[in-house]
Design a protein. Structure first.
Length: 516
């Protein structure tokens, strides 16, 4: 048995608070100046949600009865006909899609995602709504049908249409060619449900999207509402949401992997109640005052300018502070600042942009803690006031000629693949073609000295995998690592393809063949 000195997490919970809980397991936490990004953990949970989570953990409830009670309560709170709490917004979208396909028939439910013989097996999506998150729809096994105009939508609707899915925002706004209202007018005579994905939006009561004709609208719990990151809500038509609950855990079938606990359920419900009670105008003013203090703290730095932006839409809504400077005078780009902040203590996540001769970072105050303001100011001042030498006038000359064909052995966590590069070189600049396992795409990059940096993007609409190769070139090989964006990392080793030396003269006849 390890002694208690080897149990730092428990010591933290017992009151030893000389570091953050993440540091007890060897992880440096991040000051979040970007907003409610899933990769950063979503939002800071409301105290009401945390209290409900803890209180719910001490008791038991039959989960179907809990879902029924929560459905009634969400209806009373929001004015919607019914409500569902799921294991995240994506899970809610998945469950609603399944309900549209199965009609609440458990015999069909147990067949998903094999929809062979199903009457309902197509989902129509406006092209402006295609995105990586519609994987939650596609995972049910449906066929996606894209449309761009009302006429295309009319033509696409048929007896196999299970649902219309759209992402709310600019494309669905009133006055647009395929606004939600236009879609609803077309879908209504055919009794086609409309699922509105409003994951990152503010929750509106009464709900603007239901009023515009959506059948169900889904929200993330871990964004503006500040509930659990692992919870989401769907509001709308009662019978469809009850069929959606049937398609989720604890019931067996395609949604069993999306288990929502009693603790998350009541925490999410408490977050919705807190949303109704919150002083949203007061919160906005606190955020503006925070940004003003940060701006004042860096305003005296040469070439620096600050500006506060206040978005008006519902999505990812929070004010932002843009801090910009002249990169040629400070010898510093925004990308370099963001990378330094992300990798070195204290770690800080900021947005960045290098454009039109200015470098800038963007600060979102909504997920910051009050004590982090001064840390951020000091970090920005340190970055923008440090003495730096002028940048080199050009890159280091390439040490090798690497144009030609390369076989690239890629090693993933538990498998390997053979890719192919066809490269062209113009001094430091590299471009060409990258053949990966399932696609062919352009590749571009640079070679400075013996340091090679290449990038290609394999697009399987609407998804994308970025291959970012970083390697060291030698006389007969290139070795290094691959950053795969959100899909972590791999390694690679590339070798040039050497001709076998066989050359044959090609003779072309002067006319058509006399025999075959």
């Amino acid at each position: 048995m390890p002694d208690t000195d080897d149990l730092p997490l428990l010591r933290y919970l017992e009151g030893e608070r000389d570091k953050t809980i993440y540091e007890t397991i060897g992880l440096e936490p991040i000051i979040n100046c970007r907003g409610t990004f899933t990769i950063l953990g979503g939002s800071i949970m409301r105290p009401e949600a945390l209290g409900a989570f803890k209180a719910a953990s001490g008791y038991f409830a039959q989960l179907d009865e809990l879902a029924e009670a929560v459905g009634r309560r969400l209806a009373a709170l929001t004015g919607a006909e019914w409500g569902l709490i799921a294991n995240g917004c994506a899970a809610a979208i998945k469950h609603v899609t399944t309900a549209c396909v199965t009609g609440g028939n458990p015999e069909r439910l147990l067949r998903v995602p094999d929809l062979t013989g199903f009457e309902k097996r197509q989902v129509i999506v406006p092209r402006y709504s295609r995105n990586q998150y519609d994987q939650a729809v596609r995972t049910v096994g449906v066929e996606i049908v894209e449309v761009e105009t009302p006429a295309e939508l009319e033509h696409a609707i048929n007896p196999t249409t299970a649902m219309i899915y759209l992402v709310t925002g600019a494309g669905s706004a009133p006055g647009q060619p395929l606004s939600l209202e236009v879609i609803a007018d077309i879908a209504r005579p055919h009794d086609i449900p409309i699922l509105a994905d409003s994951a990152a939006e503010l929750l509106t009561i009464p709900n603007v999207h239901l009023e515009q004709g959506a059948t169900v609208v889904a929200y993330s719990g871990g964004k503006a509402i500040c509930g659990p990151q692992s919870a989401g809500i769907a509001l709308g038509r009662k019978d469809l949401l009850q069929a959606s609950w049937q398609a989720s855990a604890p019931h067996h079938g395609h949604g069993r992997d999306n288990k929502i606990g009693k603790e998350e359920t009541l925490a999410m419900l408490a977050a919705v109640e807190a949303w109704i009670a919150r002083d949203h105008a007061g919160e906005w003013q606190i955020w503006l005052e925070r940004l003003e203090r940060i701006a004042d703290g860096v305003a005296d730095i040469p070439t620096v300018a600050t500006a506060v932006e206040e978005p008006t839409g519902l999505g990812n809504k929070a004010p932002g502070l843009v801090i910009s400077w002249a990169p040629d005078q400070l010898h510093l780009s925004a990308e370099e600042v963001a990378e330094d902040f992300a990798r070195n203590r204290p770690r800080i996540a900021v947005g960045s942009a290098d454009a039109d001769g200015r470098a800038s970072i963007r600060i979102n105050p909504s997920q910051m803690r009050p004590e982090q303001e001064q840390i951020l100011i000091e970090r920005i001042r340190g970055a923008l006031t440090a003495e730096r030498r002028p940048r080199p006038t050009g890159p280091e000359p390439a040490a090798f000629a690497i144009g030609g064909e390369w076989m690239v052995d890629v090693t993933y966590f538990t498998s390997s693949s053979r890719h192919r590069w066809m490269l062209r070189q113009d001094g430091n600049w590299i471009d060409g073609r990258h053949e990966s396992d399932l696609s062919v795409q352009e590749i571009t990059g640079t070679l400075e000295g013996n340091r090679l940096m290449l990038r290609s993007d394999t697009r399987q609409a609407p998804d994308n995998v970025a291959f970012m190769f970083s390697g060291t070139v030698s006389a007969d090989r290139i070795e290094g690592s691959i950053l795969l964006g959100e899909y972590l990392t791999a390694t690679f080793c590339a070798a040039p393809v050497v001709s076998d030396g066989v050359r044959e003269r090609v003779v072309i006849p002067k006319g058509p063949p006399l025999a075959t």
